[in-house]
Write a protein that binds this ligand. Sequence first.
Ligand code: AMP
Ligand code: MG
Length: 197
Amino acid sequence: MKKSLLVIDIEKEKDKFKKCIEILKNGGTVVFPTETVYGLGANALNEKAVKKIFLAKNRPQDNPLIIHIHSLEMLDMVAKDFPFYTINLFKRFSPGPLTIILPKKDSIPPIVSAGLNTVAIRIPSNYIAKKLLEETKLPIAAPSANRSGKPSPTSFEMAVEEMNGRVDAIINGGNCEIGIESTVIKAEFNKITILRP
Ligand code: AMP
Ligand code: MG
């Protein structure tokens, strides 16, 4: 792959940011900041696009991805038959670093969830992540933007070092506010399990 499009300042480079939205809509890959770590995103509804994430990361296909959505309005696009308390959990902890595992909607290709019938969902608070999600109107599958076995990038420089030339674009959002991965919980009707603190 040729060098990635680097977006240094989304306010001063509005055209480049628009290009990132087009890339995502057209099945490409974009690295973007979130409040936890930088994510490597692609359209979660597009199997070919999601495959590119696994290739860029060298990630084994049995490791499922987190889907990012911009608000609760999008929840029905990705999950189904979720426990009644799910909405309250999201309202209390989102947008923010909480990922909830819920039953997967059939329209999400199996590659996203590594064949599981559940899917991981998060509503990020980082304003660049939010803007991307709002403007694409897509659920975006995005694991951390590192090659497998490397630490998760928490700065633009780290993200470029890991992913330049392996993805279509990389957006600068400075240093990640939190700097560690989200908490992952599984929400079932009779219990909640913490899978990642
Ligand atoms: P990463 O995005 O690289 O921080 O990793 C996402 C984390 O969420 C990994 O630890 C996955 O194993 C976990 N995860 C994603 N989807 C599921 C799922 N359906 N069930 C259980 N864990 C999941
Ligand atoms: Mg990771």
